[in-house]
Design a protein around this ligand. Structure first.
Ligand code: SAH
Length: 250
């Protein structure tokens, strides 16, 4: 079971949309778990200050390195204790390495399906959600946290990015999707089926066969599986060339 540890100033937002539908059912089935940790609980002063003005000037506030470090270290040790009582054979050192650390940030490497697939193999992922101008660089350097972006635009906080990130990872975990086939032919392809690698998905149709004068492509109603597969592949290639020529060249 994959575990997500989310460091955030808004823990009440979780699991939020992840509690619905496929990811929600997977949560109930214990195919994944999460802990939302409130960064503010680790503030040191009586006002529970988590941010301060940036050195060098400029607008906005920066999340403090010491507060975030405290949140990271504290949540780490709790996890070790919990695990070491359950699994005595594992050493604490090994546990410390078993969490993958990510800071969701517009500056990071852009998240994609391949990364989602790789990350789905992790045992635990710790996600740091920023707010305001972001976090003090030193805490990222100190804990060697990898920065991942969900796209080239700026959000107000890392929480919405975390929903996207977690959802995309969960779809790659066995049992989360109803039928494994629905994963193998999705946009961008999968590990099991390279036929759709770097391709967008072909169009889908359901009943009725005619709607507002628009008919379902005839081939799909023939029951000829091989020809249908060929048609879908052609459609996927044509769509990708038109909408995402950059992907098609990869
Ligand atoms: N000053 C920063 C932006 C801060 S936005 C900059 O220009 O790079 C506030 C927070 O939102 C960030 O700390 C990050 O956690 C989150 N965030 C914003 N855009 C994001 C994106 N594209 N991907 C992932 N996280 C993002």
């Amino acid at each position: 079971m994959i575990h997500f540890k989310i460091l955030t100033l808004f823990p009440e937002l979780f699991p939020g949309p992840l509690a619905a539908s496929i990811t929600g059912a997977a949560l109930t089935k214990k195919l994944w778990s999460f802990a939302a940790i409130n960064i503010r609980d680790y503030a040191k002063d009586k006002h529970q200050t988590v941010d301060d003005t940036p050195y060098g000037g400029g607008a906005g506030m920066v999340l403090k390195a010491d507060v975030i470090a405290e949140a990271i270290e504290n949540s780490r040790s709790t996890q070790h204790e919990a695990r070491s009582t359950n699994e005595n054979s594992r050493s604490t050192k090994h546990e410390a390495r078993s969490t993958k650390f990510v800071y969701l940030s517009p500056r990071g490497k852009v998240f994609n399906q391949k990364m989602a697939r790789e990350l789905a193999k992790e045992e635990e992922i710790t996600i740091l959600c920023g707010r305001y101008e972001g976090v003090d660089q030193r805490v990222l350097d100190e804990f060697q946290i990898e920065e991942i972006s969900i796209g080239d635009y700026v959000l107000s906080g890392g929480e919405i990015a975390a929903f996207v990130f977690i959802d995309a990872i969960l779809r790659n975990i066995s049992g989360v999707l109803g039928a494994d086939e629905s994963l193998s032919e999705e946009s961008f392809g999968s590990e099991k089926n390279s036929a759709f690698k770097n391709l967008l998905e072909y169009p889908h149709y359901t009943k009725p066969q005619e709607w507002r004068g628009r008919k379902v492509p005839e081939i799909l109603t023939t029951g000829h599986h091989k020809k249908i597969a060929e048609w879908r592949k052609e459609q996927a290639i044509a769509l990708t060339k038109k909408i995402r020529p950059d992907l098609h060249q990869i």
